[in-house]
Write a protein that binds this ligand. Structure first.
Ligand SMILES: Nc1nc(=O)c2c([nH]1)NC[C@@H]1CN(c3ccc(C(=O)N[C@@H](CCC(=O)O)C(=O)O)cc3)C=[N+]21
Length: 298
């Protein structure tokens, strides 16, 4: 029997850095040629600590590549009308090429109504139903693809992992990750199965996968014994687990038991340092392509 070779770590952090460098070059080329700098507006409602951290990281990432960032921070008790009003303002502002409404919104707000208000040509999150609908249809193309699933596919491409003809299993069916990830894999000619909380024999199905994208939000749910030898694993989960040895009192782990997976799989994304940084890189990429599209600059 062949000796199993150790799995390759898919280094999202370093790929994301490389992508940011490529974006920075493009942005200065555009600035030199037509004097335009892309702009991203972020709307944050409420005081969730994790959301505030994510928004801060997004702004930092914008700065690092030369994208102008605009932040609208509204209090938790804002009305839906106030949020809709900020969206309208950014929709009409020509210096803004991308609008991101940080999720989750406070529970008294209608997420659907708010996301529908973002102009599809500025929908850099790719959450507008028209963009998702086009993603689902053959022969149609969305203006933007949701950042996290796009980052997963980009990692597979940059590591030279073939998707066409492969059996792919997506764990989770959320609107922001699982569902669009499955659609993207299908567009790349994989044969796709979605496993979710009501799936029977999830383990048996997962075990057949050549490619696994996991987005369920359950620490260490996928065990090494569930993985086909040589499979490729993209772990989207970012789950806090108690860790008295860590300065914050917790550390982040994926949906997949990394220590076990790395022994069976041919390639695995770590958490942190895997899909997370790619999500932000794709947001910058979507913002750049939005600005390019407006000015017909290529
Ligand atoms: N409208 C909207 N769009 C989003 O894209 C969106 C959102 N709302 N709400 C929240 C989620 C979450 N999300 C992450 C982005 C980067 C990391 C990331 O870079 N994580 C680092 C670790 C960060 C740490 O150590 O705390 C990593 O995985 O290496 C994580 C999570 C975007 N989201």
């Amino acid at each position: 029997m062949a000796i199993e070779s150790p799995a390759k770590v898919i280094d999202g952090k370093s790929v994301a850095k490389q992508i940011r460098e490529e974006i920075a070059v493009e942005i200065s080329r555009m600035k030199d040629a037509i004097g335009v700098v892309p702009g991203l507006a972020v709307i944050l409602v409420g005081d969730r600590k994790d959301s505030a951290t994510y928004v801060r990281n997004k702004k930092k990432a914008c700065e690092s590549v030369g994208i102008n960032s605009y932040e609208m921070h509204l209090p938790d008790n804002s009305t839906e009308e106030e949020v809709l009003h900020s969206i309208t303002r950014f929709n009409e502002d020509p210096s803004v090429h991308g609008i991101l409404v940080q999720l989750p919104l406070p529970s008294h707000m209608n997420e659907e109504k708010i996301l529908n208000a973002v102009g599809i040509e500025k929908d850099v999150d790719g959450f507008h139903p028209l963009n998702i609908g086009r993603l689902a249809m053959r022969g149609r193309d969305p203006l933007f693809v949701p950042c996290t699933p796009k980052g997963c596919i980009e990692l597979l491409h940059r590591y030279g992992i073939q998707i066409k003809g492969k059996k792919a299993v997506v764990l989770g069916r959320s609107n922001i990750v699982g569902m669009p990830a499955a659609l993207l894999l299908q567009r790349e000619d994989a044969t796709v199965t979605i496993v979710h909380s009501r799936t029977k024999n999830a383990e048996d199905i997962i075990k057949q996968a050549d490619i696994i994208i996991s987005a369920v939000g359950q620490a260490h749910m996928v065990r090494g014994s569930w993985i086909k030898p040589g499979a490729v694993i993209i772990d989207v989960g970012i789950n806090p687990v108690e860790d008295p040895n860590s300065p914050r009192g917790y550390r982040l782990v994926g949906d997949v038991c990394y220590e076990e997976a790395i022994k069976v799989a041919s390639a695995v994304t770590p958490v942190p340092g895997g899909v997370g940084p790619m999500t932000i890189a794709m947001l910058l990429s979507n913002t750049l392509s939005s600005a390019k599209r407006v000015y017909n600059f290529h």
